[in-house]
Design a protein around this ligand. Structure first.
Ligand code: GLV
Length: 308
């Protein structure tokens, strides 16, 4: 019998029901319990630091989300146990929808028309066209690759940036450190769905903003610490950046006194762009558990060195 220790914000009952469609001999219990500490598999989102180090039978750690930075930050998590991240097309789809919503809201001047409506002003402004507008997605892996194609299908001129070269239909992909400057050059909309690693921490800073088109829009659906928050406020203040839509923050929940809350050019989302859904994720989680328990390599295993 495989014992799964569960920790996260979604409901254990939902996972139990869904996993039972794909797994036979298993039980799922709260991770933080005497039984949970004996589990073979940890199915987690941001478990308490030190918790996974206390598990003598642990054979695999499966994330309920896409990012693994919380695990990287806990130095006690055993590095020799396979760590699997969730790659759920349904979540990639949701994140794409969120980024497109944010981009179109800006590009089609929705803030202007919302403000007009408040004072019953009929005030058309010249429509911006998608064709020729440059959208850049940083992090064109499983999530960003789909997003880039979705943007391309809307008629935008789409670029992607990745660590290593790759081909994506209708998208110009730039790779590595050398590719960053040509990728950024003159972008109208910059989206990050990068994982948080030492290389991406603070990557969205004044230097980056200055390479975009004047009045560009910034969307962060990656991780908060990628953005230098003061640099964003400064770039908006001097008109280099027109505004931003942010789903992730250096400190979450975003503190009540944070300047982003009341900023007219910044839209704050409480880390909801792509929520984990056991209905779509359970099949992959079950496949990872089956592989690990059979001593096989699971798909989407995280490379500790690379950081994702
Ligand atoms: C959400 O932020 C995730 O990593 O899945």
């Amino acid at each position: 019998m495989t014992v799964i220790g569960f920790y996260g914000s979604s409901k254990i009952e939902g996972w139990r029901m869904k996993l039972s469609q794909y797994l036979n001999d298993f039980t799922i219990v709260e991770l933080v319990s005497a039984e949970g500490e004996q589990a073979d598999i940890a199915l987690v989102w941001a478990p308490p630091a030190g918790q996974l180090a206390k598990m003598p039978n642990l054979r695999g750690i499966i994330m309920q989300g896409q990012g693994v930075d919380y695990m990287m930050a806990d130095k006690t998590v055993p590095r020799d146990v396979p760590l699997v991240r969730l790659v759920d097309p349904d979540m990639s789809n949701a994140l794409s929808h969120w980024a497109i919503l944010a981009a179109l809201d800006f590009w089609r001047d929705a803030p202007h028309y919302r403000a007009c409506q408040v004072s019953a002003k009929w005030q058309p402004i010249a429509q911006r066209r998608a064709s020729g507008a440059k959208v850049g997605i940083m992090g064109v892996g499983a999530i960003g690759g789909l997003m880039a194609q979705r943007f391309a299908s809307l008629g935008f001129d789409v670029r992607g940036w990745a660590r290593s070269p790759r081909q994506i239909a209708d998208v110009t992909v730039f790779a590595g450190d050398d590719g960053l400057v040509p990728f950024l050059n003159g972008l109208d909309i910059l989206v990050s769905v990068l994982p948080l690693t030492p290389a991406t921490k603070g990557i969205m800073n004044s230097d980056m903003f200055n390479q975009l088109a004047k009045g560009a829009f910034v969307i962060n659906g990656g991780r908060g610490p990628q953005l230098v928050e003061d640099d964003l406020l400064d770039a908006i203040g001097r008109g280099q950046i027109a505004g931003a839509a942010l789903d992730v923050f250096a400190t979450e929940p975003l503190p009540a006194n944070h300047p982003f809350w009341a900023h007219p050019a910044i839209t704050v989302w409480p880390h909801v762009a792509a929520q984990t859904n056991p209905n779509t994720a359970a099949q992959q989680v079950a496949a990872a558990i089956t592989a690990i328990m059979a001593g096989l390599e699971p798909e989407n295993r995280v490379d500790w060195q690379r950081g994702y």
